[in-house]
Design a protein around this ligand. Structure first.
Ligand code: FES
Ligand code: FES
Length: 217
């Protein structure tokens, strides 16, 4: 390639090098996007569900996140796309928190983040950096029942029990928020927690009893 007297390539035009770098980055991005799309659209017969998940997962970079979960500080390397619910259930074996709808409709996945109740299926785990998470496993010392758990047992606040961890986490929050003063108020502020067994009257009784007990929750 011809050079100028100053040693620079004669053919290099100012800005052209930057243009080329931009095109290269764009080409790489498109290649990676196409690969991810192709994997996602691959027919079930071509890739088994597990393989597909693994191949997609490999395309995402992991990030480090620090969370305090049930009193224990954890540093975790996770994919940015993972929800708090999946992190708890699939990576930390905290399966007390349930997956019902996975769309923020049923409340089965309710946990406390910095003391506030949230639907963990709607929260990305990486967004919880530095926060304190409490799940149903962490509301009382091992071997002891939290007053809300005891009240649910006493008042038969469940049948199949699938919604119960979420109901209990919401019930505790409902009292802390000052939203458990009447049956109607409890029903309104517990309305995000669905019970397909219809244990609602007994759930309200359990929450009323804990509220009347005046314990520090
Ligand atoms: S699983 Fe989260 S609201 Fe239903
Ligand atoms: S106890 Fe069965 S869904 Fe609530």
């Amino acid at each position: 390639m011809a050079k100028h007297a100053d040693g620079k390539d004669k053919d290099k035009v100012p800005g052209k090098e930057v243009d080329e770098q931009y095109r290269e980055a764009r080409r790489n991005f498109l290649k990676q996007s196409s690969l991810i799309t192709a994997l996602a659209l691959a027919p079930a017969g071509v890739l088994k569900a597990g393989e597909l998940d693994e191949q997609l997962a490999a395309k995402f970079e992991k990030v480090s996140v620090k969370l305090t979960i049930n009193g224990e500080l954890k540093t975790l390397n996770i994919e940015p796309r993972i929800t708090l619910l999946d992190l708890l259930r699939e990576h930390l074996d905290l399966t007390g928190t349930k997956k019902g709808c996975d769309y923020g409709q049923c409340g089965a996945c309710t946990v406390h983040v910095d003391g506030q109740r949230i639907n963990s299926c709607l929260a990305l785990a990486v967004m919880q950096e530095g926060k304190t998470i409490t799940t149903i496993e962490g509301i009382s010392p091992e071997g002891a029942l939290h007053p809300m758990q005891a009240a649910f047992i006493q008042h038969d606040g469940f049948q199949c029990g699938y919604c119960t961890p979420g109901q209990i986490m919401s019930g505790i929050a409902c009292i802390r928020e000052g939203h458990a003063n009447t049956d109607a108020q409890i029903r309104e502020y517990m309305s995000g927690n669905i019970c397909r067994c219809g244990a609602y009257p007994n759930i309200v009784k359990a929450i009323q009893e804990v509220k009347a007990g005046g314990q520090d929750l």
